[in-house]
Design a protein around this ligand. Structure first.
Ligand code: ADP
Ligand code: ZN
Length: 788
């Protein structure tokens, strides 16, 4: 059977090998067994039912919840010469009638349906007729987690699916999903009444995705622009938390000559649809979107997904970042993180009325923060979230694994921390422990009489941020644990006692992060497919991309439906001169060979002979097009002058720029790979600080009051407050508790929230009363929103 499957794979889809799990699933399906498939996005689930459908007589029914995905699949199948159709609400009555007639004549092998169809009684007569004439060999349920209320995307219509089996006799079922906890898996099996199913559960690992986190600083936008310029091909999605954020960033990118479009709830449905289509068709390189964007986006060549703000939880992060690299080629997932963002989310959580909701939200936030601040492998953290594991400690494709930071002996600090947890009777969270360690006069500390503890004030030599980093590290390493009830109370473990008794030392990251140039790039194993092109081949590749886009535009289909990037890369590298060589390329099946082989072969021939050839139109109705000799898609552009001219870049920006240029400079670059070059994305605490602020900061950190700093520096108090406000907005280590008491901070938070405005200082002051100074309000506002 495996030979037959392989031959069909090449014939219909142009692939030479199965991906992990595909063959096993197909073999079981062909034997008529129920099948459950859990594979991550991009793993190739569709093929698991499409190929068996082509090898079995009759019409396979595919239930799919998203109209856009359904259409995309059918378009891709048709382009491979496979007779597939869909029935959904987008068809006109005439189109629907025609589709039904063709179905009755037995012209299709796969029929995609929205679940709502099953509620329409007259639709069942069509299904019964198909079953009697051609037979229905199998029911496929795509996105099967939609059937479960425990899933994140419950669709009540999916509940009707069990009817299909009851009404059409005992059809075998294939259920597929990319997201399912064990509970959802059980639910799918029960709801669909799967009988002794063959279950294939792949790892959640996406080895071709690089995970990185960077500090969000005033230079972040410039960094993002640089990242996009460094993309040698493909597109990017940037997720921002708010509409205003989306608009601002889109404008900025556009002003820098990047084709970017916005996507958010403030646009009309038509505008959103239009922008999405532009993006899918490669007419815009970047989509800047709120988190609502992406369901139903099947674009395989997204090379970069940036989270400009914090994701809601780790599961959402996995799904959203997972829209990168569906084609299996290298892609990057970057998160920009700031403490101010964390404060913002914490602030909104505080406003939730339901305490249970608050607790859950806080727990989810903690997991995201853990991911963002960890020094451990980020992939490992994501996989752990899904109760999955990586075999090795080092994934070699995340910032922490690629740019490891040397550890230092932190046993003494760990002992201080752990014994403080013990003295507080393991009944408090991280913030309280740190307050006690640093000798804070916070009212909760005083009320609990924790200022009498032997550990009170023993950690005043370190900033609260430094303690927090250490605390998180202890948690990640199992030297501490945190309750799961949303209260996040710290408790000790076996390992904590070993440290406390001095029989175990603790190695932790340095308190002051190392400067970037001390970091060595580790040997990064290429786990994803990476195709190396010479400069000349790169040019050919760009020509082929332009041709692909023109052909796609003429046919009103997305370019990736014609050929994937990988096919074009192979084409540019191997430069086939005959159809039989062309047929060997990845993703070239018999139909694509016939439809596009001649056209692309001619483009290659012409390009290799003349630098600026014209391509004649083919019999396929493609207009005559001329391919430009200059690459249009931003390939290997030199650094943007505005970026390279900037002096005030942070160390982390500099690092990512430096590493993106190979030794000897970009001009000497004769090889380039498809992988984009945001190589260094390790978080650092580097902030571009004005020297005079820095002086104020140093004195503040030495414990001097505002008055004392003003005296010492011969500056006015106003000026010192201004410095501190700016410093807070830049997330420098200012201890806000020293400047505004926690109780007053809370009152200011409350009023800011009630007014739903952080713009008008006068309005805030009026609401707070004269007892509150402008300076205090400014400080709290800066800490909360990261803006002075
Ligand atoms: P999923 O549904 O799991 O997210 P898809 O079925 O959309 O993934 O497949 C992702 C991409 O991988 C598609 O472009 C598909 O054509 C390609 N693909 C699937 N199977 C193979 C294979 N055996 N070899 C090469 N490419 C494959
Ligand atoms: Zn890693």
């Amino acid at each position: 059977m495996s030979d037959q499957l392989l031959t069909a794979l090449k014939h219909y889809f142009g692939y030479d090998q199965f991906r992990s799990g595909q063959q096993q699933v197909m073999e079981q399906a062909l034997q008529g067994r129920d099948v459950f498939v859990l594979m991550p996005t991009g793993a190739g689930k569709s093929l698991c039912y499409q190929l068996p459908a082509l090898l079995t007589p009759g019409v396979t029914l595919v239930i799919s919840p998203l109209i856009a995905l359904m259409q995309d699949q059918v378009m891709a199948l048709q382009n491979n010469g496979i007779a597939a159709a869909f029935l959904n609400s987008t068809l006109t009555p005439d189109e629907q009638r025609s589709c039904e007639q063709r179905l009755r004549r037995g012209e299709f092998r796969l029929l995609y349906l929205a679940p709502e169809r099953l509620a329409q009684e007259d639709f069942w007569s069509l299904l019964t007729a198909i079953q009697q004439r051609q037979g229905i060999p199998r029911l496929v349920v795509d996105e099967a987690h939609c059937i479960s209320e425990w899933g994140h995307d419950f669709r009540p219509d999916y509940r009707q699916l069990s009817q299909v089996r009851q009404r059409l006799g005992s059809l075998p079922v294939t259920a597929l999903t990319a997201t399912a906890t064990e509970r959802v898996q059980r639910d799918i099996e029960q709801q669909l009444e799967l009988r002794d199913p063959f279950c294939w559960v792949s790892s959640f690992n996406r080895p071709n995705l690089y995970y990185g986190v960077q500090d969000k600083t005033p230079e972040t936008d410039i960094q993002i622009i640089q990242c996009i310029r460094n993309l040698s091909s493909g597109t990017a999605i940037i997720y921002a938390g708010s509409r205003a954020g989306v608009e601002k960033l889109t404008q900025k990118l556009t002003a820098h000559g990047i084709q970017a479009l916005p996507y958010h709830a403030g646009l009309t449905a038509e505008e959103r649809q239009h922008n999405q289509t532009q993006f899918i068709r490669d007419q815009a390189q970047v989509m800047v979107a709120t988190l609502a964007f992406g369901m139903g986006i099947n674009k395989p060549d997204v090379r970069l997904v940036i989270h400009y703000d914090l994701p809601k939880n780790l599961e959402s992060y996995y799904q959203e970042s997972g829209r990168a690299g569906r084609d299996g080629l290298e892609a990057q997932c970057l998160l920009f993180y700031s403490h101010a963002d964390r404060n913002k989310v914490e602030f909104w959580i505080q406003q939730k009325a339901d305490p249970q909701e608050q607790r859950i939200a806080r727990q989810q936030l903690c997991q995201v923060i853990d991911y963002a601040t960890t020094r451990l492998c980020r992939r490992q953290i994501i996989l752990n979230y899904f109760s999955d594991q990586l075999q090795e400690d080092n994934c070699r494709n995340c910032d922490n694994c690629c740019y490891p930071v040397a550890l230092e002996d932190r046993t003494i600090e760990a002992q201080k921390f752990l014994s403080c947890v013990y003295r507080c009777q393991e009944r408090y969270g991280m913030n309280h422990i740190i307050n006690v360690l640093r000798g804070s006069s916070d009212e909760r500390v005083i009320k609990a009489k924790h200022d009498h503890l032997s550990t009170y004030g023993i950690g005043s030599d370190l900033s609260s941020v430094a303690w927090k980093n250490l605390g998180r590290f202890l948690l990640q390493q199992g030297f501490l644990q945190e309750t799961n009830d949303g209260y996040s109370i710290l408790t000790l473990t076996e390992k904590s006692w070993e440290v406390l008794r001095g029989i175990r030392t603790l190695e932790a990251p340095p308190i002051q992060p190392l400067h970037s140039d001390k970091l060595e790039k580790s040997n990064k194993k290429q786990q994803a497919i990476s195709i190396q092109l010479s400069a000349a081949q790169q040019q050919l590749y760009q020509h082929l991309r332009t041709l692909r886009r023109q052909v796609a535009d003429a046919r009103s289909i997305p370019p990736y439906i014609i050929f994937s990037d990988r096919t074009l890369l192979e084409m540019a590298q191997r430069q086939p001169s005959h159809l039989n060589e062309f047929a060997q390329l990845h993703g070239v099946g018999d139909r694509k060979l016939e439809d596009y082989g001649g056209m692309f072969l001619k483009a290659i021939d012409d390009f290799l002979q003349r630098p600026s050839p014209a391509i004649s139109s083919q019999s396929t109705g493609i207009p005559k097009v001329t391919i430009l000799s200059t690459p249009k898609d931003g390939l290997a552009l030199p650094p943007h002058p505005q970026v390279s001219a900037t002096n005030g870049l942070t160390a982390s920006t500099k690092r990512s720029m430096d590493l993106s240029v190979p030794p000897g400079g970009r001009d000497n670059q004769d090889q380039s790979t498809l992988s984009s070059s945001i190589n260094s994305t390790h978080p650092t605490n580097s902030i571009k600080l004005n020297p005079t602020w820095l002086e104020t900061l140093t004195l503040h950190q030495q414990g001097l009051s505002v008055d004392a700093i003003a005296n010492k520096r011969h500056l006015s108090k106003d000026t010192i407050y201004k410095h501190l406000t700016e410093l807070l907005a830049s997330e420098a280590e200012v201890n806000l508790d020293d400047l505004v008491s926690p109780a007053r901070q809370r009152q200011i938070f409350r009023v800011i929230f009630q007014q739903k405005s952080y713009g008008s200082l006068t309005a805030l002051r009026e609401a707070l009363g004269e007892d509150y100074s402008y300076e205090e309000i400014r400080l709290v506002r800066a800490a909360l929103f990261g803006q002075p």
